[in-house]
Ligand binder design. Structure first.
Ligand code: SF4
Ligand code: SF4
Length: 483
């Protein structure tokens, strides 16, 4: 390859999977477990020579003073502590003068003991814990290989992180079992888990008509433009009986979150957060949105104009375009054969990243919240834009163009809902003031509403602005007929 240094990105993000897709759990919705099929017969353990090569190349490729060494899986703690001790030794060996190295690891938390927690603390790891909410919501899908619930084990691991003073955040997937309970989930993470940084990821589990689901009548229903894709019972509950998951298909499983659910979940969390936690609790989606409202880089590929700088490395050195595209067509090469940076700067990967913008349907190009949304992740773009105005997700373009994001209706709902407060917080930032001042605005507004509600007559328009009569809205409880 002939790339000059100038063509190389100065920094990038790479998720390394030292144990491949192997995991001690068997979460029903996990798309990644099936990736074991890509490497039949493998032991799924990153060899020491590959570990050293990976760390060396990662550090050499960065032209920035900061490098993030990020571990993920499968379940990376299956590699054992010695593997990670060696990773630190290699990072120290190849560290450039003045370079700061940050270590992060995403884990299900169930294997964390005192030794792990002490190690994380010693090396200032930022640990991401996967937890889906209170017990029942978490255990709905996050089970071990024997189908047993995992909530208690995760909470025990979390407790050890707290005991050792490890920095951690939470990653919560949104699905059928928790997406209707935003406030309960948020408060649980904030109060019971002590999570000061929360990340929510929508589960969108795609199927195509060749999956077993095609036996279901609903799955065979033709896709109707401007309607959500058909939902069908998931034909598998374990990696053992599912095919290799690829980003294909225009059906979704019934475990998946719906677009509206996703939008309403984010709104529910926002309404709680904006009243009491601004500046104290960081919700990734709100940070990203504020950056887009300010006009700064958002730091999240999904809501950036282009992507392609968040790649995935398999245990054997195979480099893939993205964690969500660990599949043959998106394998860029192997870093033992081609330098990592050349694969990252390759025309194939550049096209992958640029396509995020270039393949946007006209409906997105004309959308009033595109500056915040940027069409979402390409993996979720398998719907058609509405054929007519009022076709379900807003004022639609007339063409029914394919490639609209499955979550579009939710994105629109959420981004429109937060427009005013985001403008306010962006304005505060531009003036060098704290976005947290918005909490005073909400407190004053809430107090005024309470006063207006107290003074409202049964047949007055409800002061909340719903357009309904008071007695049919906020006054309903107070004036409900008694038995
Ligand atoms: S495909 Fe999606 S998740 Fe992957 S880098 Fe692009 S936006 Fe990010
Ligand atoms: S809200 Fe919908 S139409 Fe607008 S940019 Fe996002 S996906 Fe496209």
């Amino acid at each position: 390859m002939t790339n000059s240094l100038n063509n190389y990105p100065p920094a990038f993000h790479l998720l390394a999977k030292p144990s491949g897709a192997t995991c001690n759990l068997d979460c029903a919705y996990c798309f990644f477990l099936s990736k074991e099929m890509l490497y039949p017969g493998s032991r799924f353990r990153m060899a020491d020579a590959m570990l050293e090569s990976y760390i060396r190349q990662l550090i050499e490729a960065h032209q920035t003073p900061q490098v993030n060494v990020a571990w993920q899986g499968g379940e990376p703690t299956l590699m054992g502590l010695d593997f990670f001790r060696r990773s630190i030794e290699y990072a120290e060996r190849y560290r450039k003068p003045g370079m700061q190295i940050e270590y992060t690891i995403q884990t299900n938390g169930t294997l964390i003991d005192d030794d792990w927690a002490a190690f994380f603390r010693q090396h200032n790891f930022l640990v991401g814990i996967s937890i889906d909410g209170p017990r029942a919501m978490h255990d709905a899908y996050r089970v071990d290989k024997g189908g047993q619930p995992t909530f208690d084990k995760v909470m025990r691991g979390l407790g050890l992180l707290q005991k050792h003073g490890v920095e951690y955040n939470t990653l919560t997937t949104l699905h059928h079992a928790n997406a209707d309970h935003p406030v309960e989930v948020y408060r649980f993470l904030r109060d019971d888990c002590g999570s000061g940084y929360q990340q929510y990821i929508p589960i969108i589990e795609r199927l195509d008509h060749s999956d077993d689901a095609s036996d279901h009548a609903s799955a065979n229903a033709p896709l109707s433009p401007s309607l959500p894709p058909p939902v069908t019972p998931a034909p598998w509950t374990s990696w053992r009986d599912r095919p290799l998951y690829t980003q294909a298909g225009d059906l979704v499983t019934d475990r998946s979150v719906t677009a509206e659910q996703y939008g309403r979940f984010l709104i529910g969390v926002f309404e709680e957060w904006v009243r009491r936690d601004v500046g104290a609790v960081y919700v990734q989606m709100f940070d990203v949105a504020l950056a887009n409202w300010v006009g700064e880089p958002s730091g999240l590929c999904v809501h950036s104009k282009t992507c392609g700088l968040a790649l995935a490395l398999e245990h054997n050195g195979d480099l893939y375009a993205c964690d969500h595209y660990v599949e043959p067509a998106y394998r860029l090469g192997n870093i033992a054969e081609t330098p990592m940076i050349e694969l990252i700067a390759s025309p194939q990967q550049q096209k992958f990243g640029q396509d995020k913008f270039d393949t946007l349907p006209r409906y997105c190009l004309e959308c009033d919240v595109r500056f915040a949304c940027h069409g979402g992740c390409p993996k979720d773009r398998f719907c058609e834009a509405p054929r007519s105005p009022g076709g379900g997700v807003g004022s639609g373009s007339p063409d029914g163009e394919p490639g609209l994001n499955y979550l579009c209706a939710g994105y629109k709902l959420f981004f429109h809902h937060i427009d005013q407060p985001m403008r306010f917080m962006a304005d505060m930032l531009r003036r060098g003031r704290a976005p947290a001042e918005i909490m005073q605005v909400y407190a004053a507004r809430d107090a005024a509403l309470q006063q207006a509600l107290a003074a409202a007559g049964r047949n007055d328009p409800c002061p909340c602005g719903s357009g309904k009569k008071f007695k049919q809205c906020h006054g309903r409880q107070a004036h409900a007929p008694t038995a």
